[in-house]
Design a protein around this ligand. Structure first.
Ligand SMILES: NC(=O)c1ccc[n+]([C@@H]2O[C@H](COP(=O)([O-])OP(=O)(O)OC[C@H]3O[C@@H](n4cnc5c(N)ncnc54)[C@H](OP(=O)(O)O)[C@@H]3O)[C@@H](O)[C@H]2O)c1
Length: 331
């Protein structure tokens, strides 16, 4: 059993990572944005040292690709300076940092899935800020695992699946881009994978630190992704009318952020090193649609959801942090 500090703990990935850690028998130092702002180096250092965590999983980020074009300094702070602070603090504490990055570091037109060794290039602020974050971590001297993933959809928070469902409530036709390729990735198996690689990183003889790719199988385009969502929602009777998905080109989609045309990821390395399986993403649409329905009914997205809370220790398995103003600390 290990003690893992999770930053960005109330995000789409953070919540699922916490559940996966607790399910695997670990203890969690839950550090949502309100408890720990990763752009503050002193807070980050004291939170990590005081917590006595064995490892940090960084699920904090400025993840709004479109808004990042107008809020570049916020994006840069959270996605580049924050990871730099975490990496330096982890180096000082001598513990591994598990960091989540993105397929948007690949804006080339390779026309094949990208491996970890492929050159990076980005054309949007979000991608640039995430790439800077990766480079700060690499330069920090800490033991790191950077996991690049893509097109996330999970039970918590907002994502493409829930947005499509919401838009379909009032429309019978939606225009969705067809000429961008990527891999939808369900967040629940990603969280399990993050737990497994964290456990591996804590083994005394582990040396395979570095960058890895993890995403869902198989690659698709946004319009096909949308069609898969609607087909599943109709089968579940969540959607009772037909929704025609009109395929449009990126040029016809009004967007400030220039997204990659083909950011498919090759996951061979993470499969070989950690023995992980890659999830077939359509298998996970149902649980996210169910979460969407539950949220619409005013329920938590997940049945019996019992997250680590902020100020009290609810069970011996859960070590909880902190107050809204100070650095994270053990309660
Ligand atoms: N979403 C995707 O499709 C996607 C694809 C590829 C990679 N990723 C990566 O996956 C990771 C998790 O993304 P996500 O989808 O879970 O995003 P999310 O739902 O937006 O969660 C990010 C969390 O980070 C918090 N945060 C923002 N700035 C922070 C700061 N300065 N200090 C501490 N916490 C901060 C946010 O809190 P507030 O809400 O209070 O700001 C939010 O709770 C990120 O690294 C992202 O780049 C995401």
């Amino acid at each position: 059993m290990a003690l893992i500090l999770v930053t960005g703990a109330h995000g789409q990935v953070g919540r699922e990572v916490e559940l996966a850690l607790l399910k695997a028998g670990h203890r969690v130092v839950s550090a949502p944005h309100s408890a720990l702002d990763i752009i503050k180096p002193d807070h980050v250092l004291s939170a990590i040292l005081d917590s006595k965590a064995d490892a940090v999983i960084n699920a904090a980020a400025y993840a709004n690709v479109e808004k990042a074009e107008d809020e570049s300094s916020l994006a840069y702070s959270a996605n580049a300076i924050g990871p730099r602070n975490l990496a330096r603090a982890c180096a000082q504490a001598g513990i591994p940092l598990i960091h989540i990055s993105t397929d948007y570091v690949f804006a080339d037109r390779k026309k094949q899935p990208h491996t970890e060794d492929d050159p990076t290039t980005t054309e949007c602020i979000y991608g640039k800020s995430k790439l800077d974050g990766e480079n700060f971590i690499i330069a920090s001297g800490c033991k790191y695992l950077i996991v690049r993933t893509s097109w996330l959809f999970g039970r918590f928070g907002r994502n493409f699946v829930k947005i499509m469902l919401s838009m379909a409530q009032e429309r019978s036709e939606l225009a969705v881009v067809y000429d961008q390729l990527g891999n939808p990735t369900p967040v629940r198996p990603l969280a399990d994978a993050l737990v497994k690689i964290t456990e591996a990183a804590l083994a005394p003889n582990f040396t395979d630190f570095g960058i890895y790719h993890y995403c869902g199988y198989q690659a698709t385009s946004w319009d096909e992704f949308a069609r898969a969502v609607f087909t599943q929602a109709q089968q579940m009777k969540v959607l009772t009318h037909e929704v025609n998905v009109l395929s449009i080109s990126s040029n016809d989609f009004k967007s400030k952020a220039k997204r990659p045309q083909d950011s498919r990821l090759d996951c061979t390395k993470i499969q070989q090193v950690f023995g992980l399986e890659i999830p077939y993403w359509p298998d996970y649409l149902g649980e996210v649609i169910t979460a969407y329905v539950r949220e619409g009914q005013g329920l938590p997205p997940v049945e019996d959801y019992d997250p680590p809370s902020l100020t009290e220790s609810t069970s011996p398995e859960q070590v909880l942090v902190s107050n809204a103003t100070g650095p994270a600390r053990l309660s």
